[in-house]
Design a protein around this ligand. Structure first.
Ligand SMILES: C[S@@+](CC[C@H](N)C(=O)[O-])C[C@H]1O[C@@H](n2cnc3c(N)ncnc32)[C@H](O)[C@@H]1O
Length: 211
């Protein structure tokens, strides 16, 4: 379920790893990611944020747009980003913010030097780059990283696979089912158009709460 890729986009020559394609495109992507704001991306779920100074993990943080905005609001933020080029852009653009950057990736996400749990975990535009087995492992890992009552914020991209990258057609319904099997309850479900105006791209927004 959910492993059907968008027709014509992923082929036998498709890159195998979730991070493939990011390093080479990092300069352009850094500009793109920063064209929208945390408020625009997460407007619909702001009321579900824990109170500052809660501890928040942003996994697949990209340039740290969201991590920096959360830090500016008084949260203690760890930004996990496996693409060195994007981490470097993030540290350049948001170096004035108290974001704790770490080179780490789902599904294992060991966070060796950042022990302890989080009040919230964000995975914005990341989840659909993981294959089915990775998503299962990643869900278990995120549950283990959340405090009781902690929240998991997910944005799923739908539409054509970006050129040079790997992406799966992951539905909101499938993600809700997977989360439920790991004890996560959906507390928000929504859909929205693409903030960059791409007509063939749309987004699902999910927020889960741990038991
Ligand atoms: C589309 S970008 C989104 C970046 C940022 N969250 C945002 O909304 O601007 C996807 C990010 O996920 C990262 N990524 C890819 N595979 C990942 C993995 N297995 N674990 C964590 N991050 C990953 C990429 O390096 C990239 O920074």
């Amino acid at each position: 379920m959910g492993e059907q890729v968008t027709p014509g986009d992923v082929t036998a020559t498709a890159p195998a790893r979730s991070t493939t394609g990011y390093a080479v495109a990092a300069d352009a992507l850094a500009v793109q990611y920063e064209q929208v704001t945390f408020d625009e991306v997460h407007r619909d779920v702001q009321e579900l944020l824990p109170a500052a100074p809660a501890r928040i993990l942003d996994v697949g943080a990209g340039t740290g747009r969201d991590a920096a905005a959360l830090a500016a609001r008084g949260y203690r933020v760890v930004a996990a980003e496996p693409t060195a080029e994007l981490r470097a852009h993030g540290q350049r653009i948001h170096g004035d913010r108290a974001v704790d950057w770490v080179d780490d990736a789902l599904p294992d996400l060991p966070l060796h030097r950042r022990p302890g749990r989080f009040d919230a975990v964000f995975a914005t535009a990341v989840w659909m780059y993981l294959d089915a087995e990775e998503r299962r492992k990643a869900t278990a890992r995120i549950v283990a990283l959340l405090v009781p009552g902690g929240r998991f914020f997910v944005n799923l991209r739908h539409g054509p696979v970006p050129e040079g990258r790997r992406m799966f057609d992951v539905s909101a319904a499938e993600t809700v089912r997977l989360a439920r099997t790991h004890g996560l309850r959906a507390v928000h479900r929504g859909e929205r158009a693409d903030l960059h105006g791409r007509a063939d791209v749309r987004w699902s927004r999910l927020v889960f709460e741990s038991a």
